[in-house]
Design a protein around this ligand. Structure first.
Ligand code: FAD
Length: 477
């Protein structure tokens, strides 16, 4: 029987395995090998004292439908959970105070005049500069540019400092001065190319959306919001995928097993497990981070070096819960982001129990803070106690919370967030071309064709189809 080996049991590896079975009834073996003793990679949901805590990702973008569609296909459609309807504001820390991100600002592009005009976040010259975006000429030439240069050029330095930079740091843990705008925000580049202005383009898109949008009917759980999650946490997607994938008698899921190398043998592959065991495979999919893939590839000298040019940053999430009655802050939003210039120890905080239902008991609130990222990783080496102490001090300074927490949980994510730096697209083109020279060998995961869960699922499904095509065409070993 033909054999496919998948190395890495994060969402990319699991979605590849699921998709392989979904699209083929042919008999072939799948071996999914995960280094850690649990599946899910960055996705990790825990329950404690009535709280649901997401250690890593807490939602996916509905605009990129692939994660949501996968949830529906595995039977989790009724479990999809939108963000709450009330208090959908985001705050930005500026000069030590929280200011509302003006309504209508979509990532960094203003689409409503009044909220921007009356905003306490942006200075009058800053607002005028943002509005001038309508008249900034298109940039010529296909060359990549940093997100920082792009935003400064189109919307001005203040929009970068107070809006784009903290939002991007809060989501990608990235540095806009090194981030590729083409690879990270292709839609904005397209808006500039198509409409000559981000504001003009965004308004046109919104108008179109209004015309085609059918109002969401029925129960709150049928609503689709920009961010979606699952009632029982994203871990329930991992558990369901694991169950579905393992239900086939020809699938072996091994956790706590470290792969140490991949060799190419004639038209097939040989996977070495730490300890010496060797597994032959007709196809191999590396669904581990790019630097891990680099350490495994033994049959090409240049590919590992190229894979190592994809940088990763480390972050941690610190979830802290309080009794509602102990908190004076109104928690009238989904959370806040922190611009670099504020020189704080946290990058962002999500007011989790306001953003999503079913995250905390009724008498409590759950707040999740991000530390580390490209800004400052010094705190990541601290003990859990020290990290919680620092985060509590930050919440005291920023939100006035000095209550005793009822629960705290720290999750460290070392080298877990790939960065799409300037030139990312060329790097990936090179890697894709190189990989295509080895039939039966594939790379998936958030390092290559999209950073979030949804893109990881989308690309895993593309690769699964390629694998099926390959094993159908190849001779048995
Ligand atoms: C703190 C944090 C918050 C995030 N928030 C969001 C969010 O809200 N929404 C969103 O869409 N995305 C978010 N992301 C990004 C999201 O986590 C990733 O897009 C996605 O989880 C990547 O999945 P993956 O399978 O590619 O990689 P991973 O989850 O990293 O999985 C790779 C797996 O490979 C295994 N592995 C490595 N080496 C080997 C080896 N030699 N042998 C066997 N196994 C190996 C690893 O142990 C790991 O389990 C967040 C990321 C982090 C770190």
């Amino acid at each position: 029987m033909k054999r496919v080996v998948i190395i890495g049991g994060g969402i990319a590896g699991l979605a590849t395995a699921y998709s392989l079975r979904e699209h083929s009834d042919a008999p072939f073996e799948i071996r999914l090998i995960e280094r850690k003793d649990r599946l899910g990679g960055n996705i990790r949901t825990e329950r404690a004292s009535g709280f649901l805590i997401e250690g890593g990702p807490d939602c996916f973008l509905s605009e990129k439908p692939w994660a949501m569609e996968l949830c529906k296909r595995v039977g989790l459609g009724d479990e999809l959970l939108p963000t709450n309807e009330h208090n959908r504001k985001t705050f930005v820390l500026s000069r030590g105070k929280l200011h509302v991100l003006p309504e209508g600002v979509i990532l960094m592009v203003p689409t409503k005049i009044l909220p921007l005009a009356t905003s306490s976040l942006i200075s009058v010259p800053g607002k005028i500069r943002m509005a001038m975006e309508l008249f900034v000429p298109k940039r010529k030439g296909p060359r990549d540019e940093s997100l920082g240069d792009f935003v400064r050029r189109r919307l001005g330095a203040e929009a970068l400092e107070k809006i784009a930079e903290p939002l991007v740091a809060g989501v990608h843990a990235g540095d806009p001065e090194t981030m590729s705008v083409r690879a990270s925000f292709p839609k904005f580049v397209q808006l500039e190319e198509d409409y000559g202005s981000l504001i003009k383009g965004m308004l046109k898109k919104l108008e179109l959306l209004k015309k085609t949008h059918k109002p969401a009917a029925g129960t709150p759980n049928k609503r689709v919001t920009m961010f979606m999650t699952l009632k029982n946490g994203l871990g329930s997607l991992i558990d369901t995928l694991q169950e579905k994938v393992s239900s086939s008698k020809d699938t072996v899921v091994a956790t706590g097993v470290n792969v140490s190398g991949v060799e190419r043998k004639a038209d097939a592959y040989e996977i070495t497990i730490e300890g010496g065991e060797k597994i032959a495979a007709d196809a191999v999919v590396i669904a581990a981070p790019a630097y891990a893939a680099a350490s495994l590839v033994r049959f090409d000298k240049e590919l590992p070096a190229k894979l190592l040019t994809i940088p990763y940053v480390s972050t941690a999430t610190v979830s802290i819960a309080f009794r509602k009655k102990d908190i004076k802050h109104p928690l009238n939003g989904f959370g806040f982001v922190v611009p670099k210039v504020e020189k704080r120890k946290i990058m962002a905080a999500t007011w989790t129990s306001v953003k999503f239902s079913l995250r905390a008991p009724d008498d409590s609130v759950l707040i999740r803070c991000f530390v580390g990222g490209s800004k400052d990783t010094s705190l990541l080496g601290a003990s859990d106690e020290e990290m919680v102490r620092t985060v509590r001090q930050e919440l005291k300074d920023i939100m006035g919370i000095d209550a005793e927490p009822v629960l705290s949980r720290v999750f460290r994510w070392m080298n877990s967030m790939p960065q799409y730096t300037i030139g990312h697209e060329e790097r990936i083109d090179w890697i894709d071309e190189r990989v295509a020279g080895y039939p039966g060998f594939y790379l998936v995961g958030s390092a290559y064709h999209g950073i979030g869960i949804s893109d990881s699922v989308r690309y895993a499904e593309i690769v699964a189809k390629k694998v099926l095509h390959h094993i159908k065409a190849s001779k048995p070993q």
